[in-house]
Write a protein that binds this ligand. Sequence first.
Ligand code: MRU
Length: 348
Amino acid sequence: MKINLNGKISNVKAVWYDEPVIKMIDQRILPETFNIVEVNDTRELYDSIKNMTVRGAPSIGAAAAYGIAQAKALETDVEEAGKVIKSSRPTANDLFFAVDFVLQHEGETKKYAEMYVDSIVERSRMIGVNGNDLIGNNKRILTHCNAGALASVDYGTALSPIRMANESGKKPFVWVDETRPRLQGARLTAWELVQEGIEHKVIADNAAGFLMEREQIDLAIVGADRITRNGDFANKIGTYEKAVLAKENGISFYVAAPLSTFDFSIENGRGIPIEERSEEEVKEVKGVSISPKESRAYNPAFDVTPSRYVTGYITEYGVFKSSDLKILREKGKESIIERIDGSKKVIL
Ligand code: MRU
């Protein structure tokens, strides 16, 4: 992603590997501070995923893939490292997918971790190419959470089509849900859109219904953390209500995600493990208390949207309806290893 740091334009990824150190943009402190965190071992990686220094399903997967390579480079037990890394967060499928993928290649973990992450970047780019076809000129697009380059190493999932539409001169406008409690929309999506020069406004989480009813939203695109066999999907808490409101108001609602986010082993959304995070995340904003100390809070980090609310799934292979997800399932059965091994380039 292109970023402007004090007038200097650089190209950075959300996470990368400089053996044996994993480097990542600290997503906890943007937009005020841009800082790179160095992760030196499996325990530090576990903490950085759990405390959301790195976040967003594909970026978590990328960090996890590097984590296996790092464990190997440090001559520690890679299977044990895989278990620790997988226990950091429960919902995003990419975490599990990435660890299993690299563990299949214990002898060449660095090569396969790098291939995996290159593949994620290319898949994110292709999601942009495919999703751009759905965006007309001057469309007003709602998004929730951050499904941008920060969340997907580069390009993004939901933001990738918006980036491409902007580059094609279509002048997209983005309504950015603030996304309480961690404010990924207000802090991270807005920051990325500023970097790209894409017009946008941040809205309170409860404003989208009003804007839909007043015909201020043309379509919605969100990311996903896990998509099941029938197309139900988990994404940041608050996504479900936006999808229901979109249907009520006749607004197309798209989910953008790479194959690594699909979990065809789970029949429907009821089977997705939902992370619960700390009460403090709800009771505080940026460390400042906003509730009586006596009050308890409840903080499910994700919700599940049934597939009947989804207009289409924007993937690296094209845009699918839920009834056509079996085509994608067949792609998943092909060996990603063979597809990557066939060439130095990433073959999808
Ligand atoms: O808790 P987070 O910030 O990791 O949640 C992230 C999301 O819900 C994103 O929308 C999802 O991972 C898609 S990211 C391309």
